[in-house]
Design a binder for this molecule. Structure first.
Ligand code: LLP
Length: 417
């Protein structure tokens, strides 16, 4: 089910035509569907049935506070990786008691902020970090609730840049080190061992990497329990993939049920947390852009658009495929094969190679599946202001982030005296 459909000859987000969004807010801009975000979140929530669980939405995927607020209203928890993300969650009305804090190098200042705000779990990624958490918690005369993020060395079978659970990755504590690390944590005065966490990668389109990792995690839970260390929450990370280009990832139901049956098979009945980002946000947004010029050379046709790699980095960074659709369903223009390229001065500034399109200058295009890791990875390369974000709710369009101005972009820079 998509919330971006053609109706009356035009692509709409819910009941709002994308041409009206372009007219009112200009291009390039990100356009999200509230109903899409909510449906994706609810699909995961419903799949758990009555199994105790927390959906900790991965803030990094799309961190606009309006989006976080929508999810908080549904009862969502959050997976954060920085103090900045925790500040966003708090500003959006999220419950810090449902927050898990991941990341390989949390600073003392970030840890203090998280401990003071009583996040549910600081997911520790090394023994050195454990010592840092103990030190910060002791200085605050507080107790830090922690998990170790373990690295099960399982291949998630995804792009190497988004694989995190293999032993060549910087993430997590190896299984060999984890057992000793838990014993050390158990001995520390200001540490409360809460859980175990594992995140093996992103855009995973099969169930088996998840269940393979789960088996390894469950064996550790059992070993620890024999030592008197009792885990209270299994945090199984994010990573569930979406359909960008005909991929067929497991459904929310199949994904969640595979985990619940995995733990039941071990006679373990622990609450589960998951950290989905892309699954909730990815197909809930598009990047709307306008064709500036068509250009033809000996071997290529180019559709030069007003959005570039600074607005949507994924195609350039990961060779990621995003479907590109014309906003007008019908066109008088001849169909040709185009590279859809942006205005940035880099040859890698390509949003899509070899796309068959009927377009002319002035036409609008929607770069699909841009709700996750789209705006959040936007940058100011070539001194280009970041695009606005618009959230569609039924018939209503809400501007949830202004287009950046040149004054904002240059604020903070100074000439020498
Ligand atoms: N939890 C942790 C600890 C993570 O590192 C991540 C993503 C997630 C959860 C959420 O994963 P998801 O459910 O979204 O797959 N920029 C890349 C993706 C980087 C993912 C980083 N970590 C992209 O555009 O594909």
């Amino acid at each position: 089910m998509s919330f971006f459909n053609y109706s009356d000859g035009e692509l709409h987000a819910e009941n709002v035509s994308l041409s009206s969004v372009a007219r009112d807010y200009g291009t390039p801009c990100y356009v999200y569907s509230r109903a899409a975000f909510e449906k994706q979140w609810r699909d995961l929530d419903t799949a758990f049935g009555d199994h105790p669980h927390t959906i900790c939405y991965a803030v990094k995927a799309n961190s606009n506070i309006a989006i976080l607020n929508l999810l908080a209203r549904l009862g969502s928890g959050f997976d954060i990786v920085s103090e900045g993300e925790l500040r966003r969650v708090l500003k959006a009305g999220g419950d810090p008691g449902k927050v898990v804090f991941s990341g390989v190098a949390k600073s003392e200042k970030e840890l203090a902020f998280a401990i003071q705000n009583k996040v549910r779990s600081i997911n520790i990624e090394s023994v050195a970090e454990l010592e840092r958490v103990q030190k910060v918690a002791a200085s605050l005369n507080a107790t830090a609730s922690i998990a170790f993020r373990v690295n099960p060395n399982v291949d998630p079978e995804t792009h190497p840049y988004i694989s995190t659970g293999m032993d060549k990755a910087k993430f997590g504590v190896t299984m060999e080190a984890a057992y000793d690390a838990y014993q050390r944590a158990n001995d520390l005065a200001n540490i409360d061992v809460h859980g175990i966490a594992c995140h093996i990668g992103s855009q995973i389109t099969k169930t088996s990497p998840f269940t393979d990792a789960l088996e390894i995690v469950l064996n550790m839970v059992k070993r620890l329990s024999e030592k008197g260390i009792h885990i209270k929450q299994l945090d199984l990370g994010g990573g569930l993939g979406i359909d960008y280009q005909g991929e067929t990832p497991p459904s929310a139901e199949a994904y969640v049920q595979s985990m619940i049956s995995g733990i039941k098979a071990h006679g373990i009945d622990l609450p589960i947390a998951i950290e989905p980002g892309r699954y909730i946000a990815g197909n809930s947004g598009v990047l709307l852009t306008q064709v500036e010029f068509l250009k033809h050379n000996a071997s290529k046709n180019f559709a030069i658009v007003d959005a570039g790699m600074n607005d949507l980095l994924r195609p350039s960074l990961y060779q990621a495929f995003h479907t590109i659709k014309p906003v007008a369903e019908e066109s008088q223009a001849a169909t040709q094969v185009f590279d859809v390229v942006g205005p940035v001065c880099e040859s890698a500034d390509v949003l899509g190679y070899d796309r068959e399109l009927s377009v002319q200058a002035g036409d609008l295009l929607a770069v699909c599946s841009a709700g996750a890791y789209g705006f959040v990875m936007a940058n100011n390369y070539n001194t280009r202001p970041k695009p606005p974000e618009i959230l569609i709710d039924g018939e209503q369009a809400h501007l949830i982030r202004d287009r950046e101005t040149y004054d904002q972009l240059l604020a903070g820079e100074r000439l020498l005296p």
